[in-house]
Ligand binder design. Structure first.
Ligand code: PNW
Length: 461
């Protein structure tokens, strides 16, 4: 028996996203998304992989729900492909697209798994890219709000939690400028659809439109969803982690975290851009009105955060900011997917700072996980010891957070099963379940058995 298990009713979930698993890219009236276009552009994705078929989940969702039940999962975070619902982004809805998600939700409910729906996991309708230049236009934010309201109207009889947008930072920085991430003592460049490179002022405007879209969606869900429907973002918070847990270093890391999220979580939760952000952006600062800020900061029911690693380690300093960054040691370990710097204590500090900075009522860890070099052993099993080590270390830190009364209500492991890992194609396997993409055969890994036990015990330490 654990002396401090997770709280009663804690959700043990796994997560996926539409483009990464569904396939059926041109079926049942679905419109094109920017990821269809991007993946079909030669040279963009490793090995020329695409999400055309992916895990064929669109046709195999029943089998996949059964797998989740076997994992002992009590919740599932999936995303809705916007152009399946509105093929052109706005206008007439496509009944067959809606029907797919409705059937999926019914299947989950029947299996005793609570559905959590993400409205935007990066697959923007291609038409909005062409007509509006994507997120460069405010009209895209407005269209997103309308689509969010429509989904709440149709699904909130059964879906009680909606996430607006997944990882603002990743899809904006990746899609509109490219992000450099540390790998050992080098860097790699992450890119995403639509694969553009904007000037700094335009980039900040895109950021502004995305948080505005989030706020518009929150308001639309309140207007069209059933009473009691809960809504929040799913953002990959940039967390500064204290290396030394004394009050001064913790304070430094907390201050650094607030500043590192200025254009995203900080403006959503405080209703203003920080002075330092506006000052540093100077003439490239986004253009906005006071009314925009009110919409962006629409009250939330919970804050969803994707937490993989520390953005950096912080130390107290006598600089004006109060903090400085400690560079990662050259030998600091990474997981198998090259950008994942190991730092499990971020699962304690990220939710802790979300509560202490912004007084969040409820917090969900909407993603956490790692890729492994999974191979089938002679006995047909997958011994992903590194994934088990990673998940145990992260969840032990999360358990420490709930033990300290940080209001974390659930955890979603990324990912239910191996899937299309964006520019890395099918090479980076994040699943608890192994997928042979030639045959679509699913095989639970050793980590699946570990997850089931942790969920059953409601504790990892
Ligand atoms: C997330 N980083 O992306 C996404 O939400 C998922 O769709 C994705 O499959 C998963 O994490 C694993 O990559 C991230 O460089 C991409 O820090 C990059 C980073 C973090 C998350």
């Amino acid at each position: 028996m654990s002396t401090h298990p997770f709280p009663k009713g804690f959700y043990w979930g796994t997560a996926t996203s539409a483009y990464q698993i569904e396939g059926a890219w041109n079926e049942d009236g679905k419109g094109l998304s920017i990821w269809d276009t991007y993946a079909h552009t030669p040279g963009k994705i490793k090995n020329g992989d695409t999400g055309d078929v992916a895990n064929d989940h669109y046709h195999r969702y029943k089998e996949d729900v059964k797998l989740m039940k076997d994992l002992g999962a009590t919740a599932y975070r999936f995303s809705i492909c916007w152009p399946r619902i509105f093929p052109e982004g706005t206008g007439q809805p496509n009944a067959k697209g809606l029907d797919f998600y409705s059937r999926l939700v019914d299947e989950l409910k029947a299996a005793g798994i609570e559905p959590f729906a993400t409205l935007y996991h990066w697959d923007l309708p291609q038409t909005l890219q062409e007509v509006n230049k994507g997120w460069q236009s405010r009209d895209t934010a407005k269209a997103f709000g309308d689509y969010a309201g429509y989904m709440a109207e149709k699904l909130s009889d059964r879906v009680h939690h909606f996430f607006t947008i997944n990882e603002f930072r990743s899809f904006i920085d990746g899609g509109y400028c490219g992000t450099d991430v540390r790998v050992g003592d080098g860097v790699i460049r992450l890119e995403a659809a639509p694969g553009q490179k904007l000037a700094p002022g335009d980039l900040n405007q895109v950021r502004h439109h995305a948080v505005l879209a989030h706020g518009m969606a929150v308001q639309a869900i309140r207007a069209k969803g059933r009473k009691g429907t809960k809504v929040g973002p799913a953002e990959n918070i940039h967390t500064a982690v204290p290396l030394i847990e004394t009050p001064e270093h913790v304070k430094a890391a907390q201050t650094a975290t607030r500043e590192a999220n200025a254009p995203y979580l900080t403006v959503m939760l405080e209703g203003k851009y920080t002075d330092a952000y506006l000052k540093e952006a100077g003439k490239d600062a986004p253009k906005f009105t006071d009314e925009d800020l009110k919409v962006i900061a629409s009250p939330l029911d919970f804050v969803g955060i994707n937490v993989y690693m520390p953005a950096f380690y912080a130390l107290a300093s006598d600089q004006a900011s109060g903090w400085r960054e400690a560079p990662f040691a050259r030998s600091h370990p990474n997981m198998f997917n090259s950008w994942l710097t190991l730092g499990p204590e971020v699962l304690y500090w990220a939710p802790q700072f979300v509560q202490s900075l912004w007084n969040a009522k409820e917090i969900f860890i909407t993603e956490n996980g790692c890729a492994s070099d999974d191979v089938l052993a002679d006995d047909g099993k997958i011994y992903d010891t590194d994934r088990i080590m990673f998940l145990r270390a992260c969840l032990a830190q999360l358990q420490r957070a709930t033990g300290d009364r940080v209001p974390v209500k659930g955890y979603f492991q990324w990912s239910t099963m191996d899937n299309f890992e964006w520019i890395f194609g099918f090479g980076n396997r994040f699943g608890l379940v192994y997928v042979d993409f030639k045959t679509q055969k699913r095989t639970p890994k050793l980590s699946a058995a570990w997850f089931r036990e942790a969920a059953a015990r409601n504790a990892v330490v």
